[in-house]
Design a protein. Structure first.
Length: 106
């Protein structure tokens, strides 16, 4: 399955548009992880725990939209948009959303 953020596939002709595929995942923020991320923010550096959680959420979204597109008969998803947002009381959860257009190219 070809995944791209562009609206075309260079050198390929899109023969069929199947429609929108999308998936959302929400991740609860762990209090211990929040504490460690806060410490890192104070002393500097990257929050590896948050980065790993976001990476896994993004991969899950892309895996799910790929499965949806495959079930439609598509061999690519174009125009993929990834969105990250905080939700819940005081931004206590993270939401990752992926959406794109399922197509078949030749």
């Amino acid at each position: 399955m070809l995944l791209t953020t562009t609206s075309t596939i260079q050198g390929k002709e899109i023969e069929q548009y199947y429609g929108l595929v999308s998936y959302e995942t929400i991740i609860g923020a762990n209090i211990f992880r929040d504490f460690l991320a806060g410490v890192r923010d104070i002393v500097g550096g990257r929050s590896g725990s948050y980065e790993e959680v976001l990476k896994k959420a993004k991969e899950e979204c892309l895996r799910e939209i790929s499965a949806q597109a495959l079930a439609m008969g598509a061999n690519a998803i174009i125009g993929i948009d990834l969105d990250y947002e905080t939700v819940g009381n005081g931004g206590s959860m993270l939401m990752v959303t992926a959406a794109g257009t399922a197509v078949r190219f030749i």
